[in-house]
Design a binder for this molecule. Structure first.
Ligand code: AOF
Ligand code: ZN
Length: 357
């Protein structure tokens, strides 16, 4: 039997947990018996039941002799919940169909299922499954948050004019998509200059969206508490990340980081964020901070919006401002994996060629 369609349905179920399960993976599960789906479930939020258990709670009849289709290998460890494999075995499931192996080192559900005589088919729509949970798989293999940059630029590669005006380069549809992205990431990082020039709220303004944690990278700590990010307008926390050893007068949290070449050590920042259970960050500028991530080779992904306008200007800003390279052959190479259109704008989804999650 071909399980592609049922697996696609698992992916759709899994996506219902989008933005809510982080840093856990999105997982959907279906129980299929005698040519019929008799149960569906998904992992609803970080603390909720795993997909398999949610699915078993919604069963029409007994699962004995049925096939369980689930996009991730059922877990075998005691985490926030007991192992899913034990429940699969107890319910006398005959076959388990999986898209992806769980790369969490604590998990080895397949061996346990096989040892109990349960047939396991894995690798169904494997690439789609990997893409769905790319942040989770990245965290498991790199032990740090996935870093994505987002910016909107003109045809001539400018993100702002010389006097820092940038409202608006991309159109409304593109900006709506940015709110979706913010819902998909655990944290947003901006530099101090972006904070001062744009005074952004950095919230996700979509229906039932979850606001990301907001992180301001600033060498100095003299930030005005009246700025939008410090107001009580979001359920997302605000932190200031700094390598300064001065005392802070603001209420928001301070993440003290090591310094590197006179600036904050970004690798150290990412390590500290990961310790706070932040598995993905969206860097929203500006040019100097973007460039620091580039120089440290810490960019895993870029969402580059492009609007059909030309800005020109001697001191207009491009997305990356820094030392750069002397020869094109030394330029950092990425891979464009997807192109989307938002009205007249185009968005490139770009990935780091050398990273394999
Ligand atoms: C599953 N089904 O729906 C999910 C799984 O802390 P816990 O107990 O929630 O465990 C989290 C780990 O379990 C997570 O890192 C991943 O390895 C696995 N997620 N497993 O069988 C699910 N969400
Ligand atoms: Zn589980």
């Amino acid at each position: 039997m071909n399980y592609d369609n049922l697996m696609r349905e698992c992916f759709s179920l899994a996506r219902k947990g989008r933005g809510k399960v982080l840093t856990n993976p999105m997982v959907g599960a279906i129980v299929y018996k005698d040519g019929e789906v008799i149960g569906r479930g998904y992992h609803k939020s970080f603390y909720d039941d795993h997909a398999e258990i949610d699915c078993f709670k919604n069963l029409k009849g007994s699962a004995e002799g049925a096939t369980l289709i689930v996009n991730l290998e059922p877990c075998s460890h005691f985490g926030k919940h007991p192992p899913c494999v034990d429940e699969v075995i107890r319910r006398k499931i005959k076959r388990v169909v999986i898209s992806n192996i769980d790369t969490n080192p604590k998990v080895d559900g397949i061996s346990k299922l096989k040892a109990c005589g349960i047939e396991v088919i894995s690798g169904v729509l494997e690439e789609e499954g990997k893409k769905l949970n790319e942040k989770f798989f990245f965290n498991m293999s790199h032990k740090r948050p996935l870093v994505a940059l987002k910016y909107a630029q003109s045809l001539d590669g400018k993100i702002a004019t010389g006097n820092f005006d940038s409202k608006w380069i991309s159109n409304e549809k593109s900006r709506e998509f940015v709110h979706e992205l913010r819902n998909d990431y655990d944290a947003i990082i901006v530099g101090k200059n972006t904070l001062l020039t744009d005074n952004p709220r950095l919230t996700s303004r979509i229906d039932k969206g979850i606001d990301p944690v907001r992180i301001i990278v600033s060498d100095s700590l003299d930030l005005n508490p009246d700025l939008e990010v410090f107001k009580e307008n979001s359920d997302g926390k605000t932190y200031i990340a700094s390598s300064s050893d001065k005392d802070i007068k603001l209420d928001s949290g301070l993440i003290r980081c090591k310094s590197k070449n006179g600036h904050i050590d970004l690798e150290d920042l990412l390590k500290k964020l990961y310790e706070k259970n932040i598995g993905s960050v969206l860097v929203e500028g500006g040019s100097v901070l973007n460039n620091s991530f580039l120089e440290e080779d810490l960019i895993d992904k870029i969402y580059q919006f492009m609007a059909p306008i030309i800005v020109s200007g001697y001191d207009s800003r491009s997305a990356f401002i820094g030392k750069g390279v002397d020869y094109i052959k030394d330029a950092r190479r990425f891979r464009i994996d997807d192109i989307k259109r938002f009205g007249e704008d185009v968005m490139f989804e770009v990935n780091n060629v050398y990273r394999n999650s």
